[in-house]
Design a protein around this ligand. Structure first.
Ligand SMILES: Cc1cc2nc3c(=O)[nH]c(=O)nc-3n(C[C@H](O)[C@H](O)[C@H](O)COP(=O)(O)OP(=O)(O)OC[C@H]3O[C@@H](n4cnc5c(N)ncnc54)[C@H](O)[C@@H]3O)c2cc1C
Length: 401
């Protein structure tokens, strides 16, 4: 009989508990700080839970050593993960870009099947019981909570990162692992909005637009992306922005160039605007982009291009060229990102070099394991972070041992 203490009832901890409980000789204790397990899981994918992505692979992960994810992703691949969830009774459906969701469109379904899966005799759930410390003993570990100390032969730290603090993101996992001799890298918020001190995001608050985004620092292109951009009080948001936010939070201030008509050349746009000028010269300049872009965005582009004529008919060819160029190269300063409270994931974490990627066991403390976001691994937006939680959790829980 082996007692396995799992600290954290999030995605990784639930999967680790499921994996560990498959061996009937194991006695599993799952500790959860919050009153219920899986609180963050319920908020994922806007409540729909984008539980994995068919394209999951090393290239979608970040950290000091992204290849650390490979053995876990091979041991519990996306196909294995889907088969496992199907076996637990979950129906799934494919969305855009290989994103997988529960067919019910409800994150609850994912949590429910996991809860049912760990509702076994050899699993003790201690919800509302934060683990305060873990001490090594000669034979194993003592896991301390407010109600006492439990002995465990093995400990799995699945406390997550500090992102999404309103949903329970805390530093406990780092603290516990550091107290046992581990070290961590610098933490940064990732998959969050980019903040700006430029005047336009605020005046465009609420506007959504499709755009190609280019991040530049000191004249050098550091990242590109394409998708929906949402203007907010403090900057820009939306999935395409989230995916670039890591570059800003880890690398510092830069410029974001937005191309609102990436499928058209400047010349094509200028021809469209010339046509508008010839056919509707009486319209206000504010309507130059009407029908082409969101009205508010069109007006802002004219203003940013410095075009002051009142009527479209009074615009010059040079004005039209400036407007066409502006809508393909609309620049705002990126001065930072949203904080950990708004971030979906933590970039950075406990150093992966201190763990064996084939087992998730500590190279420093035998019998100690870690999985999920607490480690220095973060994935792209689109189901990659949960896949990492499932694969690393299953491995730490010994699904393949
Ligand atoms: C709003 C939002 C939306 C997201 N959407 C998606 C998405 O659609 N797809 C995707 O792939 N990823 C998404 N993510 C990221 C994903 O949710 C996380 O990467 C993933 O949940 C990490 O799993 P984890 O188990 O490592 O950590 P968590 O899920 O954070 O779980 C850690 C658990 O440990 C508990 N805990 C912490 N300290 C202690 C302690 N001392 N004692 C006991 N328990 C403790 C916490 O309360 C928590 O329940 C989203 C994140 C957020 C914030």
């Amino acid at each position: 009989m082996k007692t396995i203490a799992i600290i954290g009832g999030g995605a990784a901890g639930l999967m680790a508990a499921y994996a560990a409980s498959r061996t009937v000789e194991n006695s599993v204790i799952l500790y959860e700080r919050q009153a219920r397990v899986g609180r963050k899981l319920l908020a994922t994918g806007n409540g729909r839970c984008n539980l994995t992505n068919l394209n999951a692979g090393v290239s979608h992960y970040h950290g000091a050593d992204p290849a650390f994810v490979r053995p876990a992703l091979e041991a519990l691949s996306v196909a294995d993960t889907l088969a496992l969830f199907h076996d637990l009774g979950l129906l799934t459906v494919e969305g855009e870009g290989g994103r997988m969701y529960p067919l019910s469109d409800s994150a609850n379904s994912v949590l429910d099947v996991l809860r049912f899966a760990i509702d076994r005799e050899n699993v003790t759930l201690k919800a509302g019981e934060p683990v305060l410390s873990v001490q090594r003993t000669k034979k194993g570990f003592l896991v301390e909570t407010e109600t006492g100390k439990d002995f465990a032969d093995e400990v799995i730290v699945a406390c997550g990162g500090c992102a999404g603090s309103k949903l329970g993101g805390v530093n406990d996992g780092y603290t516990i692992l550091q107290s046992l001799g581990h070290s961590r890298t610098t933490l940064h918020p990732a998959l969050t909005q980019i903040t700006s001190d430029s005047p336009y995001p605020r005046s465009l608050k609420g506007v959504r637009a499709q755009a190609a985004l280019t991040l530049e620092r000191k004249g050098r292109v550091i990242a590109v992306n394409r998708g929906e951009v949402q203007f907010t009080e403090k900057g820009i948001s939306g999935i395409a922005v989230f995916e670039l936010s890591r570059e800003v939070s880890t690398g510092g201030a830069c410029t974001v160039a937005l191309d609102f008509l990436p499928d058209y050349t400047v010349q094509q746009i200028q021809s469209m605007l010339t046509h508008r000028m010839e056919t509707a010269p009486h319209l206000s300049t504010e309507d130059l982009f009407t029908g082409i872009l969101h009205n508010k965005l069109g007006r802002t582009i004219c203003r940013a291009a410095g075009v002051s004529a009142e009527r479209i008919g009074s615009l010059t060819g040079k004005d039209l060229s400036k407007c066409a160029k502006m809508c393909k190269d609309f620049r705002i300063n990126a001065i930072g990102t949203g904080g950990f409270d708004a971030a979906q994931v933590t970039a950075g974490g406990i150093k992966t070099s201190e763990f064996d990627p084939r087992t998730m066991e500590s190279r420093i403390v035998p019998g100690l394991f870690a999985c999920g976001e607490v480690l220095d691994i973060d994935g792209d937006c689109g189901g990659f972070n949960l896949q990492w939680a499932w694969s690393s959790g299953a491995m730490a829980g010994g699904l393949h041992r």
